[in-house]
Write a protein that binds this ligand. Structure first.
Ligand code: SAM
Length: 471
């Protein structure tokens, strides 16, 4: 029985409800009056239900599709302006006891070297990341209660926050580790993590069980109910996602939105972010052996429709995607991207990109400076801001900032100030020139005169050597 407020995975991601929604979408994919109604509702910027969004996903009329894209772009501009938040993943350990068939870290992979960073190595990686200009990390680890217990993860978080190299600092550590207990989530909260991220991989229970044949991750219910435990443990920013390519994308899309509706129904706040990874080639992993790969067009449509369905939820795209694909989907709704990522354990301290322990192939291999300059050349403001979480604006408090329309007086100056720090400390001459011009131009777009004045003086202070201002 479908019940979005239930705490039972099989009820809030009811297979029956997904199948009925897909049948409804098929039956209505050419129902113009209904589609019109759904698009009008989306234009109110209050979101769409999984059923409504599924109808749009099924619709393939080129003109209506164009309208969906235009609306997604507009909603993105309204809520996120032209800011793109930057982050990098940091791989701590590839020891893993699970059997995920799409991941090279699965336990039966005996030829991949296993590596776990010591605290000294974590510090070295963090220095390398700080020296590029990163302020926000997502830590990644396999699941292994012996090699990577929660205490190891907590120690790493502590080390990461403690490293202060030159003007560098990691100000927000997001955590992407396997589903765990309320008690452990509470410990992560106490360690002051930012978002807890966990991809569902696939919402289709039967496929999930086949794709995760061994290890604790095999338990679909435990994995699917993880965000409820995280929220019970006090973490109010959670990030969900699907690994596209594992199962049918229309199923995943409807279920992903049902998950968001569930979190909203139970905890009063939806997911902070949604990630949209696609399977990539990796050691012993050939993406073409998975039948459900999606092309770039479908991928872009999914991103645009997530933007319409959950306007306040951040959307993340990683370096799994190429520059061209990233460019397309940033316009349609993505608000956060990684830059200069290395998906190897200990990869940032190597001069040449290592591949030995890589989790997947990275398509976008540009440096952070190149990504920053590219974003600016496309009219975006690369932002290294971490202010909300440090000011306690998480969960529903962050959502109310979004809804109040005050983002332009808060996130916009914060983005400019953190970009200024990047330009002063890490940018190439060329990037600096483009950035300085952009900052002067964009300061004019801060609506409140008083805020504009304060932002200007903070930016002057940054130029004379001070750091870490925020609204
Ligand atoms: N081990 C943790 C867990 O089980 O959730 C999370 C960390 S894992 C390093 C991060 C994510 O990488 C996984 O959730 C999965 O979606 C993704 N991933 C695994 N193999 C991949 C591949 N071949 N291509 C793209 N993404 C992959």
């Amino acid at each position: 029985m479908y019940n979005s407020a239930s705490l039972n995975a099989n009820e809030f991601i009811s297979d029956e409800e997904v199948m009925e929604s897909l049948a409804y979408a098929d039956a209505n994919k050419d129902n113009y009056p209904l589609i019109r109604q759904i698009l009008d509702k989306a234009a109110l910027r209050k979101g769409l239900s999984h059923r409504e969004a599924s109808v749009l996903l099924a619709c393939d009329d080129p003109e209506l599709l164009e309208e969906m894209y235009d609306l997604a772009e507009q909603i993105k501009k309204d809520f996120y302006g032209n800011r793109i938040v930057m982050f990098a993943p940091l791989y701590l350990s590839n020891y893993c006891v699970n059997g995920c068939v799409y991941c090279p870290y699965h336990r039966q992979n005996t030829h991949i070297p296993r590596k776990k960073l010591t605290q000294e190595e974590v510090a070295q990686e963090v220095i390398a990341l700080q020296d590029m200009g990163h302020k926000r990390l997502a830590i990644e680890a396999g699941e292994d209660p012996v090699n990577n217990p929660i205490d190891y993860i907590l120690e790493c978080v502590k080390t990461i926050y403690s490293v202060k190299h030159k003007n560098g600092a990691i100000r927000r550590v997001n955590v992407n580790i396997a589903a765990t207990s309320v008690e452990n989530y509470r410990k992560l909260k106490e360690a002051e993590i930012g978002t807890y991220i966990l991809f569902q991989e696939t919402y289709h229970k039967k496929s999930y069980e086949q794709l995760h044949p061994a290890g604790p991750k095999h338990n679909y219910d435990y994995h699917t109910e993880a965000m409820d435990r995280a929220m019970e443990g006090g973490i109010d920013d959670v990030g969900i996602g699907v690994l596209f390519g594992l199962d049918k994308y229309r199923y995943e899309f409807a279920a992903l939105l049902m998950h968001a509706e569930h979190l909203e129904a139970v905890h009063g706040v939806g997911p902070h972010t949604i990630s949209v990874p696609r399977i990539k080639r990796a050691d012993g992993i050939d993406p073409s052996t998975f039948d459900n790969g999606i092309d770039d067009e479908t991928f872009a449509k999914i991103c645009a429709l997530i933007r319409l369905a959950v306007p306040y939820t951040g959307m993340i795209i990683s370096t799994r995607e190429s520059q061209a694909v990233r460019e397309k989907v940033i316009r349609l709704g993505v608000s956060q991207i990684s830059g200069a990522s290395r998906t190897t354990v200990g990869g940032y301290t190597e001069d040449i990109r290592p591949t030995e322990t890589e989790q997947f192939d990275v398509s976008d291999q540009r440096t952070l400076d190149e990504v920053v300059q590219w974003l600016m050349s496309k009219g975006y403001i690369p932002s290294f801001c971490t202010a909300c979480y440090r000011e306690g604006r998480t969960g529903d408090r962050f959502m109310s900032l979004c809804k109040s329309g005050q983002i332009q007086n808060c996130c916009h100056p914060n983005a400019l100030m953190t970009l200024k720090e990047f330009l002063e400390d890490y940018a190439s001459e060329d990037t600096k020139r483009v950035g300085e011009e952009l900052i002067q131009q964009e300061l004019l777009n801060i609506p409140k005169e008083k805020v504009r004045g304060i932002a200007r003086s903070y930016i002057d202070n940054i130029e004379s050597g001070q750091r870490d201002f925020r609204f």
